[in-house]
Write a protein that binds this ligand. Structure first.
Ligand code: DHB
Length: 512
């Protein structure tokens, strides 16, 4: 009888506990760390490594909804690094998302892939990043330092969150990482950092989000959607910490974003260029042999291209002098001139740095001045990589189709064009999820706090998405009065974190 009573009390007690307290305590456990010694550019220093912190109270997937936080040891003894203290150090928040796949948080060990980790899946026939592209250039030089270690050496606190992605499945067979899961997770991680601001060195009002490609897109979403109520029910469901989720600044490399307009932007750029190289080791024998678009694909390219001017003209974008940025029905006009000017500025920067530019016949150079660009010849040098539609594939074959699946459907269309021209029967995702994956819809909106500072980079030889995508985003930000800066680093293929000195100089310029 006595044991029954004790058992009864234990069960009631446990039930009350789990009812009253969240399953996982979201307060930062300052004592749960491992000391790590790091070397960067000849300097040795130590950090406290807090790894595998589950950052939500009701995780769906504990393999991915976890965060690594690294804090320079000096901040625990009142010291300064690079002029920062425990109270003022920025929090660098890199994600490793690539291909909209599930992503682990960054660690101290890896190369600066910026979302380009070696475990990357093929996306639309692409090789995993880090492998050799058909143009012979490795996606990332392998001799560079780790982004995380370099950031720590600068005195930043580094917090990197994992996130769910498009292939994840629960044990009941339901998909758990379709849109918007990945961005919801990253926002929950930001909430964790802000919730714990007082318990942790680093200033949670100075969070700088960073990512490359799909991870760059995620970084732009973190920056654009701060505190927007669209995400609230999803954040509640996973038990995100209470509080705000806006961030201070965004670093994004080749963000594969604005997915609902990316097909038309791609054909605006590549229409008429009918050979393509998907790239890399995926193609077994004819690695370098280009393929040719079919008649049907050429027709689709033409149709998509004509949709783009209507989209651009609907945005009411303005240049820095307040002049409208538009396109005529052929895709020419002031918006295209702006894209060309970005390419020219990039070539000028390379020339100023002493690079021999004589091999680029599409550039007009007179003396020390890049004076013009043959856009068509430049696009031809870039080479088309994707077949139309590049993102919402008619046969649902892209990673983006998979991103926009649902709990029970693996792949769906996400544009009107994709659904109308679909091969066979296929469903289309609810529009709200397309919206929630596109930062453009959240700029200057009420109940939303956009990041104040943006640094966007898209390599001048990166054809994973149109150059127009980053130009549109940057211009829309600038038109809202937000500090946004875009460059197309010369000759860079699809990659990120290749200019850490410049990136961190930008961070220091904002935070010091
Ligand atoms: C990535 C690359 C792509 O070409 C794409 O469509 C989506 C994501 C990536 O590298 O993350």
């Amino acid at each position: 009888m006595k044991t029954h009573l004790i058992n009864f009390c234990i069960i009631v007690g446990l039930a009350l506990c789990s009812f009253t307290f969240p399953k996982i305590d979201l307060s930062f456990q300052a004592q749960k760390y491992v000391t790590q010694t790091l070397t960067f550019e000849g300097k040795t220093f130590t950090v406290r490594a807090y790894e595998n912190i589950i950052y939500v109270a009701n995780p769906v997937d504990t393999v991915y909804q976890k965060m690594n936080i690294y804090i320079p040891e000096e901040y625990f003894s009142g010291k300064k690094i690079n002029g920062y203290t425990a109270e003022t150090a920025p929090i660098f928040f890199p994600n490793k998302v690539g291909g909209y796949m599930p992503a682990q948080p960054a660690t101290l060990k890896e190369m600066p892939m910026g979302g380009m980790g070696g475990n990357r899946p093929p996306m639309n026939g692409m090789p995993p990043m880090g492998e050799r592209r058909p143009d012979g250039a490795p996606a990332m030089p392998q001799a560079k330092p780790s982004t995380v270690v370099a950031a720590l050496a600068k005195g930043y606190v580094v917090a990197s969150a994992g996130a769910r992605g498009r292939t994840l499945k629960a044990s009941n067979g339901e998909y758990t990482g379709k849109a918007p899961a990945g961005i919801v997770d990253l926002k929950a991680a930001v909430r964790y950092l802000k919730f714990n601001d007082k318990l942790m060195p680093g200033d949670a009002n100075k969070i700088i989000s960073n990512g490359t490609s799909a991870g760059g897109a995620m970084s732009t979403l973190v920056g654009a959607t701060g505190n927007n109520p669209d995400y609230e029910p999803y954040l509640k469901a996973i038990g995100a910490a209470n509080g705000t989720d806006d961030v201070f600044a965004v670093s994004a490399y080749c963000p594969i974003t604005n997915l609902d307009h990316a097909d038309m932007a791609y054909e605006w750029q590549f229409n008429g260029y009918n050979t393509y190289k998907r790239g890399g080791l995926m193609q077994t024998k004819n690695n370098d042999a280009p393929s040719v678009l079919s008649e049907e694909q050429i027709k689709i390219s033409g149709q998509l291209k004509t949709l783009f001017p209507t989209y651009i003209n609907s945005l009411n974008l303005k240049d820095s002098k307040g002049k409208s940025l538009t396109l005529d029905a052929d895709g020419n006009g002031s918006f295209k001139d702006l894209v060309i000017n970005y390419v020219i500025a990039s070539a000028q920067k390379a020339l100023d740095a002493g690079k021999d530019m004589s091999g680029y016949a599409f550039l007009k150079v007179s003396g020390n001045q890049v004076t013009g660009l043959d856009f068509g010849a430049y696009v031809s040098y870039m080479e088309r990589m994707k077949t139309p539609p590049a993102f919402d594939a008619l046969d649902l074959s892209t990673g983006e189709n998979m991103l926009f699946g649902s709990a029970t459907i693996d792949k769906q269309h996400f544009t009107e064009f994709g659904q109308k021209n679909a091969i066979g029967d296929a469903s289309r995702v609810d529009e709200v999820f397309v919206k929630m994956m596109n930062p453009m819809y959240y700029l200057g909106q009420k109940n939303t706090t956009n990041a104040k500072h943006w640094r966007i980079r898209h390599g001048s030889k990166d054809k994973d998405t149109s150059l127009a995508i980053s130009v549109i985003l940057t211009t829309a930000l600038q038109n809202k009065g937000i500090d946004a800066n875009l460059e197309f680093p010369w000759d860079k293929p699809h990659s990120g974190d290749y200019d850490l000195d410049e990136l961190f100089a930008w961070v220091d310029g904002l935070c010091k």
